[in-house]
Write a protein that binds this ligand. Structure first.
Ligand code: MCA
Ligand code: AMP
Length: 488
């Protein structure tokens, strides 16, 4: 397998990364990453304190150059979840920016400061990325990305170098993605979307990325107007763009000038699609992926048909099928028959870290069960209609398991019983709703208290946005909570 980043091997004065007012050329990135890579020698695995900064990008590139798998950590993760992740993945080191303060949960880990000087020696010896072998092994793990299931703590999806290369190259084809592209985004760097697509993607193409640090519609308008060619975002970001467009002609002009607007991580509502198209003349392109599979389908950039509500066709190299509940393959493309999406191809992960049981359960032979329900239109394009598990919530583009929030809520002294559901939300797609039976019905815990508790234990994006109090939870004869009855 050739290098993941040919443009980095060459080094050059072309811009590679820009975060705020700090930037690195390919030559500078090569020097900075090679210097960090040299200090990772022999490590089994490393964690990266994944703030939205230049240091995170350099740390991940360094780990990839050294052939050491990296575990990106959400810097807002609370104690319980962080402890789980580092206990499960056992990193030898945590890479962080010199000024970062690390929490107690990482106290036992050796720390390596990532320094970004912004100078290019031009000679930065780039290790081959094969852990001493000289030849990068395509099957070697590159990243371990934690993702939520319906119950229990998040699982670490082990992503090999092969999957990253295959998925990014398939997107090159679908989007006509080149070294001339300047990607603008504000996604977090501890998930596939922001890190693999949003940072490693431009670097593999030899293009550049401008990260906004945090999402604002003003930042999007500014960077697109100043040379950005592509925008990546989750539907919540496009919703906020759509809301702002009416009063912001600069934003409309900037979007109209972009080559490609891409949405993913959750379904973009048709209403927002239409509002953006009407006010900018541009159609947002949707692609569909998963942490475990990277990218599966996309609307092609050169598609002449409008594809509102569709996630497009399987990417090159990806096999995709729909199956009935009993596993029978659906072979009709009628836009009506709903089945679960299964995929196979070079884009897939190799398994969940330390979880052979969960890995085995996720596959049907060599087909990965996505849990997403869809139909195929007559031309073979895929339209997602829902999810198999109602206990998986997508809020702001983050996948969140109801079970992990319920467990955290049950730890609160004021809570006797808890159930968590997702409710439609115009901004977040779904918002997390906690249904609580208080320990003392005359003194129920405040909603804010419960939100803070979940944010501190797990992560702020997992906090309930609405809390409803009940005397009892509706249960069936088996004692199982009937969540569908809650909204009734
Ligand atoms: C609020 N905050 C709190 C609390 N309440 N902190 C502690 N305790 C609390 N009780 C903080 C937050 O941390 C945050 O800080 C700030 O207040 C605002 O938070 P919030 O209101 O939650 O932000 P939001 O409005 O909900 O954010 C919307 C968003 C976000 C920016 C769109 O949801 C987002 O970044 N989504 C991206 C998700 C994503 O990348 N998914 C990819 C995975 P501060 O503002 O300082 O941070 S899916 C994937 O990878 C697959 C492969 C795919 O297909 O893409
Ligand atoms: P995650 O496990 O966090 O990587 O989230 C993956 C899930 O996000 C998928 O299984 C889908 O349910 C959802 N998803 C990603 N992209 C899209 C999209 N374009 N439309 C609808 N759902 C999507």
């Amino acid at each position: 397998m050739s290098s993941l980043f040919p443009a980095l091997d060459a080094g050059s004065e072309r811009p590679a990364l820009r975060f705020g007012d700090r930037s690195l050329t390919y030559g500078e990135l090569r020097s900075a990453a090679a210097a960090t890579a040299a200090r990772l020698d022999g490590a089994e695995r490393v964690a990266v304190w994944a703030t939205p900064t230049l240091e995170t990008a350099v740390a991940v590139v360094a780990a990839l150059l050294a052939g050491v798998p990296a575990v990106p950590l959400n810097p807002r993760t609370g104690g319980r979840e962080l402890t789980h992740i580092v206990t499960d993945s056992r990193p030898a080191l945590v890479l962080a920016a010199p000024e970062d303060e690390l929490p107690h949960a990482l106290g036992g880990l050796e720390r390596l400061d990532v320094t970004v000087t912004g100078t290019s020696t031009g000679t930065g010896a780039v290790p081959p990325g094969g852990k001493g072998s000289g030849v990068p092994d395509p099957e070697a793990p590159a990243l371990v990305v934690y993702t939520s299931g319906t119950t229990g703590p998040p699982k670490g999806a082990v992503l090999p170098r092969r999957a990253i290369a295959a998925s990014l190259d398939a997107l090159e084809d679908a989007w006509g993605w080149t070294s001339a592209d300047v990607l603008v985004h504000a996604l977090p760097l501890f998930h596939v979307h922001g890190l693999i697509l949003g940072v490693l993607g431009p670097l593999r193409r030899g293009g550049s990325v401008r990260h906004l640090g945090r999402f604002t519609t003003g930042g999007v308008a500014r960077e697109l107007a100043a040379g950005g060619t592509m925008l990546f975002g989750v539907p919540t970001m496009y919703h906020r763009v759509a809301e702002a467009l009416d009063d912001d002609p600069q934003l409309a002009k900037a979007l109209a000038g972009a080559r490609l607007l891409v949405s993913g991580s959750a379904a973009l509502p048709v209403h927002d699609h239409r509002r953006i198209a009407a006010l900018t003349g541009r159609r947002v392109v949707e692609r569909y992926g998963m942490t475990e599979t990277l990218m599966n389908t996309s609307v092609r950039a050169d598609d002449v048909e409008p594809r509102t509500g569709s996630v497009g066709v399987p990417l090159p190299g990806v096999d995709l099928r729909l199956v009935e509940d009993d596993g029978t393959e659906i072979t009709v493309y009628d836009g009506e028959t709903v089945g679960e999406i299964q995929v196979r191809g070079p884009n897939l992960f190799t398994g969940y870290l330390n979880r052979p049981d969960a890995t085995a359960a996720a596959f049907d032979g060599d087909w990965f069960r996505t849990g997403d329900m869809a139909v195929r239109d007559t031309d073979g394009s895929v339209r997602i209609v829902g999810r198999r598990a109602t206990d998986l919530i997508k809020s702001g583009g983050f996948k969140i398991g109801a079970g992990e929030i319920e467990n955290a809520l049950l730890d609160h002294p004021g809570v006797r019983e808890a159930a968590v559901t997702g409710e439609p939300d115009p901004d977040l797609g779904e918002r997390i709703v906690a249904w609580i039976v208080p320990a003392d019905r005359d003194a129920p815990p405040a909603a804010e208290d419960l939100a803070d508790h979940v944010a501190a234990q797990l992560a702020p994006h997992k906090r309930p946005r609405t809390v409803r109090y009940l005397d009892v939870l509706p249960r069936n004869d088996m004692g199982k909570i009937m969540k569908r009855a809650l909204h009734g």
